[in-house]
Ligand binder design. Structure first.
Ligand code: SAM
Length: 208
């Protein structure tokens, strides 16, 4: 998968490619789906959510320019797959997810795989994790109407935030770099499709 679907499509960061090789994606999906685990496609998980497509996980992590001393926040940690890849590169990972059933499963899964550098929280990641800030990188695995100001404020100077922004099914993947206290640089990495970021600085809860 890494050679044919990720490196061939342009991911060059050797840390990202090595980390993707180390994480067994079949452990993050239902046993009935295990044989599809290395297809480059999103797959269903509990709570009506998905584990992201491996190429997109790799592209977002590469864009975040992660290093071994970095502290990272992942908003929308779902199955824990992307957090597991992040945890192979960065020093510390904070994963926040709004569905308790997903956090409980991710925490168990990552503990059984031997991870000791990931902390989990059930909650609204659109307002970040203020007590653990500042973050060298923030990855948001769900699409919002705009970049939450709370997340921008929780970036370290020089920190990078990668997140889909746009409508509730199609978005642009944006990279925001904090250049100084009040100056943020933004670039557009292309079109993507993510589930909605539901929260105080995202979309309203469906049906509200
Ligand atoms: N990165 C995940 C993985 O590797 O399995 C995939 C995540 S899935 C594409 C997006 C996740 O964002 C869903 O699990 C959804 O519940 C979560 N989500 C949406 N809005 C959220 C919010 N405000 N705070 C935390 N999680 C949120």
């Amino acid at each position: 998968m890494v050679a044919t679907q990720i490196a061939r499509r342009g991911i060059r960061d050797q840390r990202v490619l090595a980390a993707m090789r180390m994480v067994p994606r079949e452990c993050f999906v239902d046993a009935a789906m295990a044989e599809l685990a290395y297809d480059d496609a999103p797959l269903p998980i509990d709570a009506g959510q998905t584990v992201s497509q491996p190429y997109i996980v790799a592209a977002m992590i590469e864009a975040a320019e992660l290093g071994p001393r970095d502290t990272v926040l992942e908003v929308g940690s779902g199955s824990g797959y992307a957090a597991a890849v992040l945890g192979r590169i960065a020093a510390r990972v904070y994963g926040i997810e709004r569905h308790r059933v997903l956090v409980d499963a991710a925490e168990r899964r990552l503990a059984s795989l031997g991870y000791r550098n990931i902390e989990w929280r059930v909650g609204d990641g659109s307002i970040g994790w203020p007590e653990a800030a500042p973050f060298d990188a923030i990855l948001v695995a769900a699409g919002g109407p705009s970049v939450p100001s709370a997340l921008k404020e929780q970036l370290a100077l020089g920190g990078r935030l990668v997140m889909p922004v746009g409508g509730d099914s199609w978005q642009r993947l944006l990279k925001v770099t904090r250049a100084s206290d009040a100056v943020y640089r933004q670039c557009d990495l292309g079109g993507v499709s993510f589930v909605p970021l539901v929260g105080a600085q995202g979309w309203p809860e469906p049906g509200r």
